[in-house]
Design a binder for this molecule. Structure first.
Ligand code: NAD
Length: 388
């Protein structure tokens, strides 16, 4: 099969196995070049196949020699379709990890379900006895609640009042205005049910009940804050409410884990192109401006740079990680620097369809997007027949 990108809105319906493998290999090479660090030895990653979860797994395996169990919801190839990129990434990661002698096992299925929690518990008990770090990196549009059976769908909307602002159609290169109507109470509650902390707490409670948490256990989940420009959509929107709930959950878990001399953390990460972030309106235009400025200043980072910094220089450094006044660990610190954000604010009103290519790094955004699906890598013949 000759595999070409098929973009539909903010997703790509195809993925290239050779390109996905290359993407994983590049991240591994980055970690190896950065050198070893002391880290956790037995790590469960919930949402391990793409974006920040995959980068966490690569950083800890190849940087700290960790054993990992990765959980993800990905699709295998069939007669008509390629597999999803996360499926190819997981295959490639596992092969590279095994080649270097590292333990790596995967569980594919719905992390929100009780069955998946039971499968993970059985595997931890059988292979490790206990776990040292649990990374919660799910991004999902829906959740089937394991107790009520209710299907919750998340929405990306403002709260209380409509939002009108600039956005970009990334692939058409059109800058336009959009208006988003405020979410209903039900939509807010559903978004919190999907992207808030309830499921994270269920994981910790279940693994604690099964006596699988090691002394000194840490658990970390990821959040985002971003600039005032995107607050109506992100921080103060439905997803922001879910992230508030995630932080509240973290504070409760942090108390509970004191019994193990452990801790729960929410790390605020930088804006990066992932399947999850591409789905958020308005945000891609900000990303394109941000990337241009951060690249000009030599401060740009992707998932892997962020995760090496998070684990090596923060969560497993010799000193306890610095937390901000609300208790977050911040690796979005470079993104949020005044010099960067002031420049974003200056550029934002100037951007039009005509100057998009000059004033922003929309091309870098597109490149990153294609690479999520294994396209756009030098040295790969995309006209060649490949077995999906
Ligand atoms: P992503 O789409 O790349 O990854 C999501 C992961 O969740 C994948 O591994 C996917 O397989 C898994 N997943 C989804 N539903 C699942 C289910 N039901 N069962 C098992 N696995 C499932 O997203 P990402 O951007 O890496 O997001 C991860 C976290 O990082 C999120 O909490 C997100 O809010 C946060 N974050 C993202 C950004 C950003 O700019 N992308 C910035 C800061 C924080």
């Amino acid at each position: 099969m000759i595999i070409q990108p098929k973009i539909r809105g903010f997703i790509c319906a195809t993925a290239h196995p050779v390109g996905c493998r290359k993407a994983v290999e590049e991240q591994i090479n980055y970690v190896k070049a950065k050198g070893k660090f002391n880290g956790p030895q037995r790590v469960l990653i919930i949402g391990a196949s793409t974006g920040y979860g995959l980068a966490s797994r690569i950083a800890l395996t190849f940087g700290a020699g960790a054993k990992t169990i990765g959980i993800a919801y990905e699709r295998e190839a069939d007669d008509k379709r390629t597999a999803s990129p996360g499926w190819y990434n997981t295959e490639a990661f596992t092969e590279f990890a095994h080649r270097d002698g590292y333990y790596a096992k995967n569980l594919m299925g719905d992390a929100f379900s009780q069955e998946m929690k039971e499968q993970a518990a059985a595997l931890i008990r059988q292979d490790w006895q206990q776990v040292d770090l649990i990374i919660y990196s799910l991004a999902s549009p829906r959740r089937v609640h394991p107790i009520t059976g209710q299907v919750h769908s998340s929405t990306l909307k403002p709260i209380d009042k409509a939002f009108t602002g600039k956005t970009v159609d990334v692939f058409r290169g059109e800058v336009k205005e959009i208006t988003l109507e405020p979410a209903t109470e039900e939509e807010i509650a559903n978004t919190v049910a999907v992207m808030g902390g309830e499921d994270w707490a269920m994981w910790l409670d279940f693994l604690a009940k099964e006596n699988l948490l090691a002394e000194g256990i840490k658990t970390v989940a990821y959040s985002y804050v971003g600039p005032t420009l995107t607050h109506a959509i992100y921080k103060e929107g439905t997803i922001g409410k879910a992230k508030e709930h995630l932080k509240m959950t973290s504070d409760q878990l942090d108390q509970q884990l004191k019994a193990y001399k452990g801790e729960a953390i929410v790390a605020v990460n930088k804006a990066v192109v992932t399947q999850a972030s591409a789905a958020i309106p308005v945000v891609p235009l900000y990303f394109a401006i941000l990337f241009k400025i951060m690249k000009e200043k030599g401060l740009h980072e992707g998932c892997i740079e962020q995760m090496v910094r998070l684990f090596k220089e923060n969560l497993y450094a010799t000193h306890p990680p610095a937390r901000d006044k609300e208790g977050y660990v911040r690796v979005d610190d470079w993104e949020m620097r005044d010099e960067i954000q002031q420049r974003v604010v200056e550029l934002w009103p100037q951007i039009t369809t005509d100057n998009l290519l000059q004033l922003t790094d929309i091309q870098g955004y597109r490149d990153d997007f294609y690479r999520l699906f294994g396209f756009n890598f030098a040295g790969i013949d995309y006209e060649a027949d490949v077995n999906p």
